[in-house]
Ligand binder design. Structure first.
Ligand SMILES: [Zn+2]
Length: 242
């Protein structure tokens, strides 16, 4: 999600909702216009479709968060319908949480806020095409949940900057994804070949001021693999993951 997209999205959502929150993301039902996706580890073995990759990634992310004591930072993963949009307030980190898929006008796609990971299978087609990509992407998103749990505000930082702060949040999240991958492989849940594919994917990501260059992202991911969560704290500039 780019900053410019997010700014446009907030404007559109505010117009659509008359600045009144249309859903409380922390309430039990999935936010308006979204459907909960349940993880299933068995989907990892014979993933055949992009949605299988998502179901696998959701299950693995859950296991990783439980393993590291961060289970509460992702309460659910939802697919956002098109059209659908919403804006909620997260009292825990005092930040807004938004989502929007509005035809081809506005497609926010994969992101995380207020303990919820949002995605759309069409907007995020490139991210969920393979199992390795999906697993890397959803682990990255869970990092934003960890950041929110320590009071950081990834959504506001995406919208208002400064861009250096946002890049730190994003590269720390790439690192966190690498740390997850190290554990997935050592636990026998995924293979070294899978991890090599994920690493190549991270290096292939396009350069963005907000997220860093592909090389920076690949390096942050590899630091996570080799050094674990402590390296991600270092990139973030404060304790959060350990
Ligand atoms: Zn991110």
């Amino acid at each position: 999600m780019t900053g410019r997209n997010l700014v446009a999205m907030v404007v559109v959502v505010l117009c659509l909702t008359g600045s009144v929150g249309v859903a409380r993301a922390s309430a039990e039902p999935a936010p308006w216009g979204t459907a909960t996706v349940r993880g299933d580890i068995s989907a990892c073995a014979d993933a055949a479709t992009p949605m299988d990759n998502v179901v696998c990634a959701v299950a693995l992310t859950r296991r990783w968060l439980e393993h590291t004591g961060h289970a509460s930072v992702v309460r659910r993963t939802v697919e956002v319908s098109n059209p659908a949009a919403g804006l909620t307030w997260n009292p825990r980190n005092r930040d807004i949480c938004v989502y929007a898929e509005l035809g081809t006008l506005l497609n926010v796609g994969l992101h995380h806020c207020d303990t919820t990971t949002f995605f759309n299978r069409n907007t995020d087609a490139a991210l969920i095409r393979t199992r390795a990509r999906a697993v890397a992407a959803f682990a990255h998103e869970s990092s934003h949940g960890v950041q929110e749990a320590v009071g950081l505000t990834p959504v506001s930082t995406t919208i208002f900057g400064p861009v250096e702060d946002l890049r730190r949040l994003e590269l720390a999240s790439d690192c966190w994804s690498g740390a997850a991958w190290s554990w997935y492989v050592s636990s026998g849940l995924l293979t070294v070949a899978d991890r090599i594919e994920a690493t190549a994917f991270m290096y292939s990501l396009r350069d963005q001021a907000s997220h860093g260059t592909g090389v920076q992202r690949g390096r942050a991911f590899e630091r996570g693999i080799v050094e674990g969560g402590a390296a991600c704290d270092e990139i973030l500039g404060r304790p959060a993951y350990t």
